[in-house]
Ligand binder design. Structure first.
Ligand SMILES: *[C@@H]1O[C@H](CO)[C@@H](O)[C@H](O)[C@H]1NC(C)=O
Length: 381
């Protein structure tokens, strides 16, 4: 009898538990459905008052929730008559507009940049009245970009309709036009056989365990100056290294556009008269292969900028004819560079084939031993 009662009690409790569980699952399901519909790309969630006429995001295809921002803009018009009544679509000529890096503007404003100092690749922003207040149209035939990791090796040609670079660098495996796509075999001017082999060779020069450039997590951020289409950076990602790839909008037009279309972290920039917008000691390694930078200009101010950006003990990997070619001109540059970097307390840690690797001083002891009057002058602040 006692046992029977116990049993029925048990059954009741189990039933109760079952209902509570079912209820919980139902509530969770509803919550998921609600949030899912508002976050899932491709699912259009039309708000009560916002119509669909505002536009569709070209990348995600979902509704762009910018109605509020536009309203603010038009409200602002009463106070600020310069705000346009509507925003027109730009002429197709501006489909690749890069504000402040527009070469034509330099001519139009009759600026006289010092070409030796790369001032023409630095930012020059137009006055407000010369800025474009229009919506940039996508190129004809624009497609949703190919996703990472496939995008490392291929992008839609329609998205970056420039194939000039492919012809110019055809012997260096930078990129190959292949029907409606552009393929990136992973080559560069200095590494025709692929960035991966080159990266392994650099790790071997530094005697890192397993020839892995990330050296057990000690190399994390790399600055690649003169990066081309950023294949070096692309092949560092699987090694848990993030490279910021840097190149100007120079004669090899749109290198950075290709890098960004591939999904590789990169930005337009140049070592010139302005310091790069990164905090001091941001990178464990800087890299430059065939980057055509005159490191000796202005008493080595560009190397001093690399010194600022590198952490103590940081590496500078340099693969360029100056480091290996034996003709008089390159020998002279090499000797001057070697001497300059020695005075800056950097030391050569490895030199093999066409590459030399320097390391910045790990401590202040070398700085303190410098003979007063040594150039470049270090000032005690
Ligand atoms: C450009 O800069 C270099 C290096 O400072 C200088 O020698 C040269 O005179 C400058 N050129 C012009 C046109 O100002």
């Amino acid at each position: 009898m006692q046992e029977m009662k116990h049993k029925s009690e048990l059954v009741a409790t189990t039933k109760l538990l079952k209902y509570v569980l079912i209820g919980l699952i139902a509530v969770l399901g509803l919550v998921c459905l609600y949030y899912g519909s508002s976050f899932a790309p491709g699912l259009r969630r039309v708000d009560d008052e916002a119509g669909v006429e505002d536009g569709v995001d070209p990348v995600f295809g979902s509704f762009v929730r910018n109605r509020v921002d536009f309203d603010d803009l038009f409200e602002d018009q009463e106070r600020n008559p310069e705000v346009p009544k509507s925003i027109p679509v730009c002429d197709m000529r501006f489909s690749e507009l890069i504000p402040c890096l527009d070469r034509n503007l330099i001519y139009q404003l009759k600026l006289k940049p010092n070409l030796t100092l790369m001032e023409h690749y630095e930012r020059h922003c137009p006055l407000p009245e010369r800025r474009y207040n229009c919506l940039v149209p996508p190129p004809v035939g624009y497609k949703i970009p190919i996703r990472w990791p496939a995008s490392r090796d291929e992008v839609w040609k329609a998205n970056i309709p420039h194939t000039h670079l492919a012809q110019e660098k055809s012997d260096q495996n930078w990129m190959i036009v292949n029907g409606d796509k552009i393929n990136f075999p992973g080559g560069g001017t200095h590494f025709h056989d692929g960035a991966d082999k080159y990266i392994t060779a650099v790790a071997r020069m530094l005697k890192f365990p397993g020839d892995k450039l990330n050296n057990g997590g000690n190399i994390r951020n790399v600055l690649d100056v003169g990066c081309g289409v950023a294949s070096f950076g692309a092949y560092l990602l699987p090694l848990d290294i993030i490279a910021m790839s840097l190149a100007p909008n120079d004669v090899h037009e749109n290198q950075i556009q290709f890098a960004l279309e591939r999904g590789i972290p990169s930005t337009l920039g140049v070592l010139g008269t302005k310091r790069l917008p990164y905090p001091s000691r941001s990178f464990e390694m800087a890299h430059c292969s065939r980057c055509r930078i005159d490191w000796l200009q202005r008493d080595g101010i560009l190397l001093l900028e690399l010194d600022r950006l590198l952490r103590p003990g940081g590496y500078f990997v340099y693969s360029s004819p100056e480091a290996y070619a034996q003709d008089a001109a390159n020998r002279r540059i090499w000797n001057a560079m070697y001497d300059l970097l020695r005075r800056m307390c950097w030391r050569v840690v490895s030199r093999r084939d066409q590459t030399v690797i320097w390391a910045k001083s790990l401590s202040n002891s070398c700085y303190l031993k410098r003979v007063p009057g040594t150039h470049p002058a270090f000032v005690q602040l």
